[in-house]
Design a protein around this ligand. Structure first.
Ligand SMILES: *Cc1c(COP(=O)(O)O)cnc(C)c1O
Length: 411
């Protein structure tokens, strides 16, 4: 008889989004006419940039001609894309990252999960609370945790609470951890990290020989010039950090699928007997074995992001969502609500008013304003009392949702 990976049975069965869907469905059944606006899910709404479309159309034509047809490409991604990424995303910011350290993939979500393949079983792993659930669930699946407690916290993980009290940036742990997940600009809180904060993490990681898994999926939303876009802007980060990037949020590739991971060649970790091994070599082996590269067409689309036209178009796209975020922040603040994030990120993290729980606020917004957001408690116990509103929507929907919410919430 075949047996299963029992770690999967420890997972809190995808509670958050199914529960949202259940409550929305129940409400819609009782109120079929209610004009619901969803500001819940972290998916983009605007169409692809023209430069990407044109590049992909051209690539499709090439695929239809024997002379220019492409079969399997390099598992790590085409050199022309890796070169542009290295030059424009890193070298232009004085980060000493080489094209050979870039691994093009079909998503930062899968990369943040798959990266665990190259790490041992006995690492102490730290995540923030609240957190992007992928980091936690993939560690559960890999058998790095015990069961979850009533708070939804898994035994064996180190949870670092983030709240308004610490500016939504975790305290550097006083004891030793081996792997740390950081996400800036942050999903779900919209918080950012200063140069100093990231430097403190890099110093910590180097002192304890820890590895930082840095998720910069929302890097393009940084508007404050003083904030680092990449962890490699911090001296020493090449010796202690892996960075994840994605074309999903800057260029609207959530349905097109392209991302990349940076694994510097200087990055090492040890075997149980203390031998030092290069992580780049392991990730290269992992990708070459389990992955066959991103579609040629899609990589041409991603390459177009780096053209002058592409850069202007993604700037406009990101600017559009940031304007939505500003409208959300301004209107909610005016109504007396306390809001965080939304300036260098497409997420607004709202303090629930009048001591309401995250789910109570969810129900109130749904019932009174027909607006759907995401309860902060769904991202971790420390998210209780907060609520995430996403700026990924049309301007009309954002305006209408804010009118309804503010009419119903005079705090
Ligand atoms: C959207 C998002 C990503 C991007 O994932 P893709 O698989 O590249 O679409 C990565 N990390 C976080 C925190 C995200 O919210």
């Amino acid at each position: 008889m075949a047996t299963i990976n029992e770690n999967y049975l420890k997972l809190k069965a995808g509670y958050l989004f199914p529960e949202i869907a259940r409550r929305v469905a129940a409400f819609t059944e009782a109120n079929p006419e209610a004009p619901i606006i969803k500001l819940g899910i972290g998916d983009v709404t605007e169409p692809l940039p023209q430069a990407c479309l044109e590049a992909m159309s051209k690539a499709i034509s090439e695929m239809g001609d024997r002379a220019t047809f492409k079969g399997y490409g390099p598992e790590q991604g085409y050199g022309w894309l890796r070169e542009k990424i290295a030059a424009q995303d890193f070298q232009a910011r004085n980060c000493d990252i080489d094209a050979s350290e870039i691994f093009v993939s079909d998503g930062a979500k899968c990369d943040t999960g798959n990266i665990l393949d190259i790490f041992g079983k006995d690492n102490r792993i730290a995540v923030t609370d609240p957190v992007y659930p992928v980091y936690v669930d993939t560690n559960v699946m890999a058998g790095h945790t015990g069961p979850a407690n009533d708070d939804g916290k898994y035994e064996g993980l180190v949870y670092m609470p983030i709240s308004a009290d610490n500016n939504f940036t975790a305290e550097i742990p006083s004891d030793k951890v081996d792997l740390v997940y950081l996400c800036f600009p942050n999903n779900p809180t919209g918080a950012t990290a200063t140069q100093e904060h990231l430097k403190a993490w890099v110093d910590y990681a180097r002192e304890h020989q820890a590895i930082i898994l840095f998720d910069a999926a929302y890097e393009a939303f940084i508007t404050d010039e003083s904030l680092p876009h990449s962890i490699y802007e911090i001296e020493g980060a090449k010796d202690c950090a892996i960075e994840f990037r994605s074309f999903s949020k800057n260029a609207g590739f959530t349905g097109t699928r392209c991302a990349y991971t940076v694994v510097p060649k200087s990055l090492t970790a040890t075997t149980s007997s203390g031998e030092t091994v290069q992580l780049h070599q392991l990730w290269n082996r992992r990708q070459s074995t389990k992955f066959n590269g991103v579609s040629y067409i899609v990589q041409r689309g991603a390459e177009a992001v780096y053209s002058d036209a592409g850069q202007a178009q993604i700037k406009a796209l990101v600017g559009f969502y940031l304007e939505n975020a500003k409208i959300i922040c301004d209107r909610l603040s005016k109504a007396g609500l306390t809001v965080y994030g939304g300036v260098n990120a497409p997420y607004v993290w709202v303090k629930t008013p009048n001591g309401l729980s995250s789910w109570e606020f969810f129900d109130k917004l749904l019932q009174t304003a027909n607006v759907v957001g995401t309860p902060g408690s769904g991202f971790g116990a420390a998210g209780e009392g907060y609520f995430r509103i996403s700026a990924f929507n049309s301007r009309a929907n954002v305006e209408e949702a804010m009118t309804r919410v503010t009419e119903n919430f005079k705090v």
